[in-house]
Design a protein around this ligand. Structure first.
Ligand code: AMP
Length: 448
């Protein structure tokens, strides 16, 4: 099958040619005809599968080939959980729209509200945005959605995890449900809130599942290194970065403090490194992402803010310096490599504190990992036993326990002190597989 088999406007075909894209990916092959037919759609598809074009092409086609319901209201609204992801979609949309008379704006948190109000007053046909900022404009009457023809929710599971259900409902209520088509994409359909919101927003949707979210990325080699403590993690990371050949590398840490600390350490070790932290202003974050995607640094250290959707084709290694709290996030993180069929590597550094989260990943992937080790850096740690909840087999300090619970990590203490954060043998319990997290500031789309 080729894109020419879809009835797409010749300007869209020309844009695809320009991008060097001729054969649809499986999600495109299945989703585009449904979306073009006007039916609602609920689709799951793994990251890097080409789902952006799977919704942008039919959205463009609809706008090009049908008469607008309203002259003033936007015709297509695309919602995404994070600003980075929205930038990504917006830039693909800009490529498609370039040959046409249509206008698009991005309406994201952290950017100037008044400028956005002015841009909305120019009656754009397409809006790409994050839900919080879109509802702010809705409530300020800068935006009306009565004439909205197509609502697209990308990474719906993540939007719900971040607590955006009220905003999604407000947007749904502001738009005419009967006339509107809705396309919902989610990394997983195995998510109660996604199914609840789908029941409210979608009308008899067609379901498409391309590879369940726990499907492994065949193109990504996954290695796990057990680590005794923070210093050990740092030593393993340093050796791997020095001895293996990688194009670009993304390293995920648990907190922003860890991001900054590790980026500083790697820079001191001579690696060209950027740190992406949610504390930065949006313009600074854009600059860092631009500079990294242009290859100006080899390593990007970040929290989960960059784990979704970012399309960085030169990333050949993803490192989980800390294991993510949610097993699905592991899949999203490692999906930053192995993009569009390329080969990739994923390395996870698993210390005692990561053990529970590591086990969740194994359960989620239905896989038991073998452990890798480097010569001279073999771990003493060999995994935590499932200790009974009441009694801890090892006496541990009362001071260290809350620190571990809160996930805090000392910033610049000597190595010997830092090591204390790993408490071997502590009963860390078995956290539920999915618990609604508090929206991390990294993902918030309100003003900064
Ligand atoms: P996405 O999953 O939408 O983030 O897309 C991942 C990457 O695949 C992007 O670089 C797209 O430009 C690229 N891509 C999307 N569709 C195709 C296709 N049909 N053929 C080749 N590359 C594609």
């Amino acid at each position: 099958m080729q894109f020419t088999d879809f009835s797409l406007d010749k300007r869209l075909q020309a844009s695809l040619n320009h991008m060097g894209i001729s054969t649809p990916t499986p999600i495109q092959e299945q989703a585009i005809p449904v979306a073009l037919s006007g039916r609602d759609l609920m689709a799951s598809s793994k990251t890097g599968s080409g789902k952006t074009l799977a919704f942008l092409l039919p959205a463009m086609q609809r706008v090009i080939s049908t008469k607008a319901l309203s002259k003033k209201d936007p015709r297509v609204l695309i919602l995404l959980p994070t600003r980075e992801l929205a930038h990504q979609v917006y830039s693909q949309l800009r490529l498609l729209i370039a040959n046409t008379q249509y206008r698009a704006v991005s309406i994201l948190g952290g950017e100037n509200f008044n400028d956005q109000a002015k841009a909305l007053a120019k009656d754009p046909h397409f809006i790409v945005g994050t839900p919080g900022r879109i509802t702010d404009h809705l409530f300020q009457h800068h935006l009306y959605l009565n004439g909205l023809e197509l609502l697209i929710l990308d990474e719906a599971d993540r939007m719900l995890d971040l607590g955006f259900a009220p905003q999604l409902k407000a947007i749904h209520e502001a738009a005419d449900h009967r006339r509107r088509q809705t396309l919902m994409f989610s990394a997983t359909l195995d998510h109660d809130e996604v199914n609840d919101i789908a029941a409210q927003l979608l009308k008899q949707p067609e379901h498409i599942a391309i590879g369940a979210s726990h499907t492994e990325h065949a193109d990504i080699t996954q290695r796990i290194f057990l680590c005794d403590n923070l210093t050990h993690k740092e030593a393993i990371l340093q050796q791997l970065l020095q001895t293996e050949q990688h194009k670009q590398v993304i390293i995920f840490t648990a907190t922003r403090g860890d991001t900054d600390r590790l980026a500083t350490l790697l820079a001191e070790q001579g690696f060209s490194t950027a740190a992406l932290s949610g504390e930065l202003k949006q313009s600074a974050r854009n600059q860092i992402m631009d500079s990294f995607s242009r290859g100006q640094q080899q390593i990007l250290v970040t929290t989960d803010v960059a784990s979704r959707g970012l399309d960085l084709v030169n990333v050949s290694l993803v490192v989980n310096f800390d294991m993510p709290k949610y097993a699905e996030e592991y899949v999203h993180r490692i999906g930053r490599t192995g993009r569009a069929g390329a080969k990739g590597d994923a390395i996870s550094l698993v210390g005692p504190k990561d053990w529970v989260n590591f086990k969740k990943v194994q359960v989620f992937l239905r896989k038991t990992f073998e452990f890798s080790a480097l010569e001279g850096l073999a771990p003493k740690f060999s995994g935590l036993k499932d200790a009974p909840k009441k009694k801890s087999p090892v006496k541990h300090s009362n001071k260290a326990a809350p620190q571990q619970r809160q996930g805090k990590r000392p910033t610049a203490k000597p190595a010997a002190k830092r090591d204390k954060r790993f408490i071997t043998g502590v009963d860390v319990g078995d956290a539920p597989m999915r618990k609604k997290p508090k929206p991390a500031v990294d993902f918030m789309d309100d003003d900064e």
